[in-house]
Ligand binder design. Structure first.
Ligand SMILES: NC(=O)C1=CN([C@@H]2O[C@H](COP(=O)(O)OP(=O)(O)OC[C@H]3O[C@@H](n4cnc5c(N)ncnc54)[C@H](O)[C@@H]3O)[C@@H](O)[C@H]2O)C=CC1
Ligand SMILES: [Mg+2]
Ligand SMILES: [Mg+2]
Ligand SMILES: [Mg+2]
Ligand SMILES: [Zn+2]
Length: 468
């Protein structure tokens, strides 16, 4: 190519990438129709049009580039894909678009891990949701909760789903094998019951019914009443497991035995439903009496409120949060070394051997997120930290924590663990973290499961670079 032609080609590329960064769909489309080879070309630092559109949140343009068949597995010079960039900037709707399977892709290509120009390995994205337990497949319709007639009619709806919980464990069944299109982590499904199948259980003393919401998707034309399907959770503590299991006509039905293990085997959608149901039922099981005066309290608002039976109780006046389900905020933080190339991870005595995770702790009354991060890191590791950035959150229904995930930078590096809660803490290099996330013989330690926010914070940090 002659010098003049090269300059013109570079100028065209620059115009194309600028148009992508600005979300100018018309210009991108017209440039592509004249020069289709622009589609996967990269500019400075290896950024393609898809990455720039993903960076700036241009959903329509990302969709159009994918329809043109652009390569979403390309990596920039910092080993980031368009997905990594979209995730970093919080464009979840674009992440979902980028995760859709590409029907034109050669099936053999799916198993190969993309490799950057520098030969670095890319950690493929796994989850379309922000974090496990945070999917919201149901519209909670909180305004409908006080309307008892409406709730009763939805409970009896022909499509209605009722989930059974025994002492906070949902009835579930193990899958016989992976179904097409599902990841290997989805090993269990919730058992679903109709109103008729469990009608008698609703009357049992101590049973608690919670309205969870209605499905967001439109009802199928075959739906008898044309209403979206409603979901309820029924908590039963006094019945025997055997009696309840007899009602299931599905093979391999059982109640979750270990919440920390079994609840992580559900699909993202079902985990989202369980996050709400388990937390609300856990609150009912611990707050059967008014925490203000000790009288018996009754369930109201479709399972989302408890009111004191004593009319004289002050909980009936003013705002009383004791009447509503509780959520306990917890900070969880990845502490980055001042040299930016290492992170601090700790081990609790109860962890499986070899596992290290992010430090975490409950927020105390009168404390902001930043102060809680600084205090918990100092208490547990002796390290002092400065700036704090919020990354993402996760409902953690064991029983009702809200994990607030942060990154923070250390001001000191000497470790002095409290020995009470943390038995060991250590700085790990970026390479050790990447190797451990990928697993295999080079792993320096075991990372927490991918469903935990601690795992997501580690992934987030490995994807970070000044190039973003
Ligand atoms: N999803 C994830 O990746 C992770 C989730 N977690 C969850 O975060 C929670 C808090 O983390 P920890 O390090 O244990 O907190 P922590 O460092 O504050 O220590 C726990 C102690 O705090 C006290 N405490 C203060 N407020 C409390 C409250 N509202 N409920 C219960 N105890 C309270 C208790 O004495 C308890 O033993 C844990 O329950 C754990 O389930 C913790 C780490 C990772
Ligand atoms: Mg802690
Ligand atoms: Mg602590
Ligand atoms: Mg604490
Ligand atoms: Zn009371």
């Amino acid at each position: 190519m002659f010098g003049g032609e090269r300059a013109a080609s570079e100028e065209l590329l620059e115009r194309f990438l600028d148009a992508a960064a600005c979300g100018d769909l018309a210009l991108v489309t017209s440039l592509l129709s004249n020069a289709p080879s622009l589609l996967n070309r990269a500019g400075t630092n290896g950024w393609t049009a898809l990455m720039l559109a993903a960076r700036n949140g241009h959903h329509g343009l990302v969709g159009a580039l994918l329809q043109h068949g652009c390569d979403k597995s390309l990596l920039n010079r910092s080993s980031q894909s368009a997905f990594d960039v979209a995730k970093f900037w919080g464009h979840t709707h674009i992440c979902r678009l980028l995760l859709r399977p590409d029907p034109s892709l050669d099936p053999d290509q799916l198993s190969s891990t993309p490799v950057s120009q520098e030969g670095k390995r890319w950690i493929p994205p796994q989850s379309p949701h922000e974090t496990y337990f945070s999917a919201e497949p149901l519209d909670r319709l909180s305004a409908k909760r006080p309307d008892q007639d409406w709730v009763r009619s939805r409970l009896k709806g022909p499509q209605t789903v009722i989930l059974l919980f025994h002492r906070l464990s949902p009835m579930m069944r193990d899958q016989d094998g992976d179904q097409e299109g599902e990841s290997s982590a989805m090993q269990s499904r919730l058992c679903r019951f109709s109103h008729k199948e469990v009608e008698d259980l609703l009357e049992r003393p101590g049973s608690v019914l919670v309205f969870l919401g209605v499905e967001r998707r439109r009802p199928p034309p075959s739906a008898a009443d044309g209403e979206p399907r409603a979901w309820f959770a029924l908590g039963l503590d006094s019945e025997s497991e055997e009696e309840l299991l007899k009602r299931s006509c599905e093979k391999h039905s059982r109640f979750a035995q270990n919440a920390h293990r079994d609840l992580l085997r559900l699909s993202e959608e079902e985990a989202g439903v369980v996050a709400q149901a388990r937390s609300v039922l856990a609150w009912h099981s611990r707050y059967s009496h008014c925490s203000t005066c000790g009288s018996v309290s009754r369930v109201e608002e479709a399972g989302h409120k408890r009111s004191c039976e004593s009319q004289a109780c002050i909980s009936h006046k003013g705002v009383h949060n004791t009447c509503y389900p509780r959520v306990d905020p917890v900070v969880i933080m990845l502490v980055v070394h001042p040299d930016q190339s290492q992170v601090l991870l700790g081990r609790k005595k109860v962890f499986p051997s070899g596992m290290f995770s992010c430090l975490a702790g409950f927020i105390e009354p009168g404390e902001c997120v930043e102060a809680a991060v600084r205090r918990e890191v100092q208490e547990e590791s002796g390290v002092l930290v400065g700036p704090v950035w919020y990354v993402c959150s996760q409902p953690w229904p064991m029983p009702s924590s809200l994990m607030i995930g942060c990154l923070t930078v250390a001001m000191t590096t000497e470790i002095n663990v409290d020995q009470e809660e943390i038995e060991e803490a250590q700085w790990f290099t970026r390479q050790q973290v990447v190797d451990s996330l990928l697993g295999g013989p080079r792993a320096a330690f075991t990372v927490p499961p991918r469903q935990t926010i601690a795992h997501q914070l580690l992934r987030h940090w490995t994807g970070l670079s000044a190039n973003l």
